[in-house]
Design a protein around this ligand. Structure first.
Ligand code: ZN
Ligand code: FE
Length: 257
């Protein structure tokens, strides 16, 4: 089986568009639908016909293009069962633990409550790819809007079990700002220093910093590093649980300038 072709691009301001194409069957999916016109343009350039949309959560910058794309391509909309009533045009409702076949590959669904109550992520193990949207960002994680901090802690940290070589496709290009926060809590982390330097260079060249990998995030992302003694020392939380450290990190990030 040949590999899926992944095409990632920036749309709106800092949203990632991601279209995935299987050359064998012609099946093509869009992860979320931030901008129908931009997605349609990228498809046209490649001569691809959209067959599916994998929606991750109900926020406007992730579902706004769904109905227009459905009208144009008649594609099948897959999305989170837990917030199905907020996903326009949804046909197939999925939840954590579900798996289904797309283009001959097994796709596994993770529940990721926190950013929204029903947020899900999609994992295609055979392609080492995780579509994490607004749950796990490079060097950061999504804001907690609807769920609890504890839920978000579990949502983000469940991905530790995935292979370190897994590519993480995120919902937004936030890496540079996330890096500034990460450096404020773990400045002595050499891997983080290196990553922040590389990210600054990429952004200077107008390039994207994602996909990242699980392995890279485990070494650098503070939200996956709640056990780090440097972070705990800086937060004065040496005795706290990982979930408590996570909560404090997330709250500080909300107010970080
Ligand atoms: Zn969102
Ligand atoms: Fe978003």
């Amino acid at each position: 089986m040949s590999h899926l072709e992944m095409h990632q691009f920036i749309c709106r301001t800092d949203n990632y568009g991601l279209i995935v194409h299987d050359h064998q069957s012609g099946a093509t999916l869009s992860v979320d639908s931030p901008d129908a016109a931009a997605i349609e343009g990228e498809l046209k350039k490649r001569g691809w016909q959209l067959t599916h949309i994998f929606n991750t959560h109900h926020h406007g910058d992730h579902v706004e293009g769904t109905l227009a794309l459905k009208e144009q391509f008649g594609c099948t909309i897959i999305g989170p069962a837990a917030e199905a009533e907020k996903i326009p045009g949804i046909r197939k409702k999925v939840a954590g633990g579900d798996s289904f076949i797309w283009a001959g590959r097994e796709v596994k669904v993770f529940d990721c409550p926190g950013h929204t109550k029903g947020h899900i992520a999609y994992h295609i193990a055979s392609e080492f790819s995780l579509f994490a949207a607004d749950t796990l960002f490079s060097l950061g994680c999504g804001r907690v809007f609807e769920g609890t901090y504890e839920e978000m802690f579990h949502s983000v940290n469940q991905f530790r079990t995935l292979s370190p070589s897994t590519y993480v496709y995120c919902g937004h290009e936030y890496t540079e700002a996330n890096g500034r926060f990460a450096m404020s809590v773990e400045p002595g982390n050499r891997d983080l220093q290196k990553r922040v330097g590389a990210v600054a260079q990429l952004r200077k060249e107008g390039k994207m910093t994602c996909p990242t990998t699980i392995g890279e995030e485990l070494k650098t992302n503070p939200f996956l590093r709640c056990g780090s003694s440097e972070i705990r020392r800086n937060l004065k939380m040496e005795q706290a649980t990982d979930a408590e450290v996570f909560t404090e990190l997330r709250k500080r990030k909300d107010n970080f300038k």
